[in-house]
Design a protein around this ligand. Structure first.
Ligand SMILES: [Fe+2]
Ligand SMILES: [Fe+2]
Length: 370
């Protein structure tokens, strides 16, 4: 946790966001000019074309006049929390308050994560040496700006923004502080965006708010291109790389995934005592943290917490690990590291490929068959 008691607080209406010294740092990246204005890689060019054709203006496209009641949960009763016996014992109003706040906490992570994506996409634009990839990365930068805009606007509607989860900040900071554009793309286009695509898919399926549903659908269509870019650009780059360099990339991928996997293993990626935002959710819902985490343990023992509702996908197993494996980043050297860290290696591409094809919402029967 990087909050310090004397950190300045930025307030906007009901928003309170702290700024910390480690929110400003230098980046060691090379900047690459290119004078070969050739768009050699067909697949990157194709993504650039799709990105140009699919730009959208949120002012025109989204029903912003839809009234959102922040006290009324925006999710159907499908979350993992609803499966906990402890949760079922809470009063209806307490359940609703918790659902509203935990949804706001999740949406806040989307907002903060989108800002991270905006900065990584800009970083790739100035550091990738390939002309086609540079143009494509510029379209992604615009996409991410739009995503920050729409999530900021939605969070303003519900008048609640929670702080960034420490592990997500650590993961994006490691990506932004890396010294090569390939690592930025591993961290963002393969890892964080796989995570986002999974979370957006699940949000799309469970939200009852028509504005949030349409917003999420359009963001997801953009994200499917971003995840594809990681594959179509980096795949051939890694294949042509010297083995030592490829190992460096494989190590970076493992270290980044391990940050996420360890957070998930410590009781869920967002519900954790180590997350000050989640502790605020419990406080705002008037739920005793000891009772809550005891309830989580009980649900884990019953095997309930890790079971995803039908139609929902698991970002690590269904998207992230297959994406990393597909570009050859699970090497002979790093494979045992995943095993030792307790991270299952899944190489099944069918959900990832279905979501990349411009049809981001995964087929329900395919997910249920997992
Ligand atoms: Fe995004
Ligand atoms: Fe993205």
């Amino acid at each position: 946790m990087n909050a310090s008691s004397n950190a300045p607080i930025v307030t906007k209406g009901d928003w309170k966001v702290t700024m910390n010294p480690d929110d400003i740092y230098r980046n060691p990246m090379d900047i690459a000019w290119t004078f070969a204005y050739e768009f050699g890689q067909d697949k990157v060019e194709d993504l650039y074309r799709r990105a140009k054709q699919n730009q959208w203006d949120s002012d025109e496209l989204l029903p912003w006049d839809h009234e959102v009641d922040p006290s009324n949960p925006m999710l159907a009763d499908q979350s993992i929390y609803h499966q906990m016996p402890f949760f079922k014992k809470l009063s209806k109003s307490q359940q609703e308050t918790f659902t509203a706040h935990s949804t706001a906490q999740l949406l806040s992570q989307f907002l903060h994560g989108e800002q991270g994506a905006l900065m990584t996409a800009a970083c790739v634009t100035h550091s990738v040496p390939d002309a086609g990839a540079k143009l494509y990365a510029a379209t992604q930068t615009m996409d991410e700006a739009r995503h920050v805009e729409v999530y900021a606007k939605y969070c303003e509607k519900i008048a609640m923004t929670y702080p960034m989860t420490p592990w997500l900040k650590a993961l994006i900071d490691a990506t932004l502080q890396s010294d090569r554009h390939e690592k930025v793309m591993i961290g963002m286009n393969m890892i964080v965006e796989s995570l986002a695509l999974g979370a957006f898919n699940n949000m799309y399926r469970s939200t009852t708010c028509p504005l949030l549903k349409k917003l999420t659908f359009n963001v997801m269509r953009d994200e499917s291109r971003h995840v594809s870019f990681g594959h179509v650009y980096l795949g051939p780059v890694f294949a042509a790389m010297h083995e030592d360099d490829r190992e460096e990339m494989a190590q970076f991928a493992f270290d980044a995934i391990n940050v996420l996997a360890q957070a998930q293993m410590q009781g869920g990626s967002l519900a954790s005592r180590a997350d000050p935002g989640f502790m605020m959710v419990l406080e705002n819902s008037n739920i005793d943290p000891d009772d809550f985490f005891k309830g989580m343990e009980e649900a884990e023992e019953l095997g309930l917490v890790n079971k995803l509702p039908p139609g929902q996908i698991h970002a690590l197993d269904d998207l992230m690990m297959p994406a990393i494996a597909r570009v050859g980043l699970i090497t002979k050297r790093t494979r045992p590291m995943y095993e030792e860290a307790g991270i299952p290696i899944s190489e099944d591409l069918h959900i990832l490929e279905a979501m990349e094809g411009g049809h981001p919402v995964v087929d329900e029967t395919a997910a249920a068959a997992e």
